[in-house]
Every structure is written in C-alpha cells, then in structure tokens.
Design a protein around this ligand. Structure first.
Ligand code: ARG
Length: 460
C-alpha cells in the first residue's frame, strides 16, 4: 500500500477491498500534468507570501518543474498504488527531495485541488473541442461549396417534400454546430474560476494570495465562495449537457448520411477509409463509422445522467461521491473528440452521386406539388384552395397511373382554367430552388452568400 495523505489518527489498517475500490489513480491520472502545474503555481505563491521557507519552496518548485518535464517526455514514474493523482504527485516529489516536499500541501486540500485540476483540464479540452468543431464546420462549408449546384429531394418524415440544394442542408449542420460552439464557449466562462485556497471548504487562516495563483495559471478570476468552489460540479454537468446536444447533432447528421448513402438511394458514397466489411458478405461496405458516431450520443447522455444523478441531493459541501464525476467527463471528452475528427474526415472524402439524385428527383414529380400551388397563388388563388386543387390533381394522376408532368393541359384545366402551358416549367428542380425568395431559403444565391459568410467567419 502506498503512502497516504492522511492516517495519523487511524489505528487500524484500511480494508484492502475498500482501498482498491476507493482509489482513483487509474482514472484521475489524466490530471497529472494539471496537478503538477497547479502545484508549481501554489508553491510560488506560498513562497512569495512567506508562508513556507524560500529555500524549501525553491527546491519544491525545481523538482516539480523537472517532474513536469519528465511527464511531457513520457518518463515520469508514478507509484501505481497511490490513492489518487494528488497523492501520486506528492509521493513522486518526496522521492526526489525528501521531507522538504511536505511543505507543498500547505493552505490547500484535495477538495479544492481536485477542482483546480479538473477546471484546468476542462479549459484545455474545451479549447481543443472548439478547434475540432470549427474544423468540422470548415469541412462542411468546403463540401457545401464544392457541390453548390446539386439539387436533391428534401425530406420531411423521410418522405419527399420539396427540392433543396444539398449545400443548404449542409449549412443547416453548420448552423446547428455553431450553436454548440457558442454553448461550449459560454461554459468555458463559468469554468474559468480559480478554486485553490478554498481548502476543505472554509478557506485558510494563512495569508495566501489566490489572485496571484489565478494569474500564474491563466484563470481570469478566483472563485468567490469557498464552499461553492469545493461543492459544485455544475461546470462538469454543463459541459456534459453541451456535449450531449453536440452528440445529438452529430448523431442526426450521421443518420442523414447513412440514409443518403443506403443501397437504394446511393446519393452519397462514403469513402472506404470510413467503412468496414462483413465477415460473411464479401460485397459489403458498411458505414460503421457513422453508426458508431450515431451511437456515441447514447454514451454521452449516459455520462451526463450519471453525473446529474450522482450530484442529486448531495449535501453541501464536498462529498466523496463527487469522485465519480471524472470518468464520465473524460470519456465524453474523448468520444466527442474522436467523433468530431472522424466526421470531418468523412465530409472531406464523401462523394456525391449526381445521377442517383437526379433520377430520384425524376422518379417523383409530386415533389413539385408546392411549386404548383405557389403557381396558382401567384395567379390569385388563395393558398388553401390551391393546396386542395393540387391534392385532387395528384389523386387524379394516381388513378390514371400518370405522373403529374404527364397530364395534358386540358386535363389540368378541368381543375381550374387558370392553368396555362407555362405550368410545365414547374417540373424542374433547379428552377424550383431558384424561385425561392425568402431569407434563409434554399435559393442558390442566398446559399452562396451563406457559404461566403461562413467561410469568412470560420477563417477568423
Ligand atoms: N479523489 C477525490 C475526488 O476525485 C479527491 C480526494 C478528496 N478526498 C477526500 N477524502 N476529501 O473527488
């Protein structure tokens, strides 16, 4: 059993099963770098404020810096039996400088230290997720630009609705993801509060300088209430809920790609790099990458729910239950990073099959039903009546086993005299999107403007 950071008052040895069960090093070793960096800032402050002897402080700082360097080079050895990452750092420090190391854990407790490490981890990882998210948006905008001329069937209820630009739908994804980015940026602001010096829960009687530590570690402010600082994990929950929404968005995007690339539609072709085969069916090229991203949303929701439930009803302030906030957070961050990277790769390599899209459009000209109704509206018929008329025409054509575009002008005129030869221009997908006028619509000019806007914004 490794050295503990407590134990003076205990006469009995800890139960070995409980010791194994309660240790968190396997999980919280992810925080090692932050624990060392936080400790360096802390010891600098203790020295500056004359709380510990300068000589010992300098030797602690030097040893911690060497440990950090070793860690970054993958050479730092830590005791695998340490209770947690904080203990592991202290044990490693003691191995290097002996008893002098004991000065480090002054005016701090693991309760505030764990929040410090976690917040540093969150700040770094929020930043890298925002970068990955932006890269995905860039890949999407690039795809939208490349295929700006492709019109495809738009779907509601997975049924043909109206013709849309492929790029318009891709920009829908860019917009959704941008709100995720805003939520992550907003969460960052609340994470950005330095908790160290809150100690167990009430602060310390020693004259520390928390603002100095915050400055050294790049926090914009210090936490205002020591109890809140050690007791709260809403910053973890907020990140997980934001990641849940992001995962839900990625899951829907993946479902769309799975649908459009299915054997029967074949609008899209997912690159082989992101597919796998079947062990029995030699012909198979399955979009497993998309399916796994689609399923990752479930894992991230579960991570969110597990922290929400763990925190529910916990008395203020710190409770050991809160140790279980880390695994869900770390897993969700890791999963999200993979999904963002893979999805960006998929969009960079995906191919659009124009012929398949064109034949899908040609196979079903009821997709122009709204365009026909709009034609009648432009000629003065109230929309409700136009809707009803077009519905009756569709039913008539179905009975006659004809496509709408195969009806003669005389057949159409039986429904209303307003129809003229120009109605047949309606059966054209490119024209259909061109006729869209409203802001935010699928009109190619507007979509081009949107692509330019996003390109500019994403470059910034
Ligand atoms: N490993 C704990 C956690 O992650 C921190 C240790 C605090 N332990 C304690 N007994 N106060 O929350």
């Amino acid at each position: 059993m490794a050295k503990k950071m407590w134990g003076g008052r205990f006469k009995e040895e800890i139960d070995p099963d409980f010791w194994q069960f309660s240790g968190s090093l396997d999980c919280d070793k992810v925080l090692l770098e932050y624990d060392i960096k936080g400790s360096i800032a802390h010891v600098k402050m203790l020295s500056k404020c004359n709380i510990i002897p300068k000589k010992e402080a300098a030797s602690i700082e030097k040893a911690l810096s060497a440990m950090l360097k070793d860690y970054q080079q993958g050479k730092l050895k830590i005791d695998p039996n340490a209770e947690d990452v904080h203990t592991a750092v202290l044990i490693a420090l003691s191995k290097r400088i002996g008893k002098q190391a004991d000065y480090l854990h002054t005016a701090r407790s693991r309760n505030d230290l764990v929040v410090l490490d976690l917040k540093m981890y969150c700040k770094d990882n929020l930043k890298s997720i925002i970068v990955l998210l932006t890269k995905l948006q860039v890949a999407l905008a690039g795809f939208a630009k490349k295929y700006i001329d492709v019109v495809m069937p738009g779907y509601t209820h997975t049924q043909h609705a109206v013709p849309i630009l492929v790029s318009h739908q891709i920009l829908a994804y860019v917009n959704m993801l941008d709100r995720d980015k805003q939520r992550l940026e907003s969460a960052y602001e609340r994470v950005d509060e330095m908790p160290l010096g809150s100690c167990a829960m009430a602060g310390t009687g020693l004259a520390i300088d928390r603002e100095y530590v915050a400055k050294l570690l790049g926090f914009s402010k210090v936490s205002a209430n020591s109890i809140d600082a050690v007791a709260s994990r809403d910053f973890v929950i907020e990140i997980l809920s934001t990641l849940s929404i992001l995962a839900m968005h990625m899951s829907r995007i993946c479902q769309d790609l799975i649908f459009y690339s299915c054997s029967d539609l074949g609008f899209l072709d997912i690159a082989e790099n992101y597919c796998t085969g079947s062990s029995i069916m030699p012909q198979k090229k399955n979009p497993d990458s998309l399916e796994l991203i689609r399923a990752t949303a479930a894992k991230i929701y579960a991570d969110l729910i597990s922290v929400l439930v763990m925190m529910k009803g916990l008395p203020i302030s710190y409770n050991r239950d809160m140790q279980f906030d880390k695994k869900p957070l770390f897993n969700s961050i890791k999963d999200t990073s993979y999904c963002l990277k893979i999805l960006a790769g998929i969009f960079k390599t995906i191919k659009v099959n124009r012929e398949k899209i064109e034949s899908a459009l040609a196979s079903d000209d009821t997709i122009y039903a709204v365009d026909i109704a709009d034609y009648l509206v432009r000629k003065g018929i109230p929309f409700h009546q136009a809707h009803n008329l077009v519905g009756r025409i569709i039913s008539y054509a179905e009975n006659k086993k004809k496509k709408l575009s195969e009806l003669s002008i005389n057949e159409l005129k039986k429904f209303t005299k307003i129809f003229a030869e120009d109605i047949f221009k309606v059966f054209n997908a490119k024209r259909s999107v061109m006729l869209k006028k409203s802001m935010g619509s699928t009109n190619p000019l507007l979509v081009r403007q949107q692509i330019a806007k996003w390109e500019k914004k994403l470059r910034a």
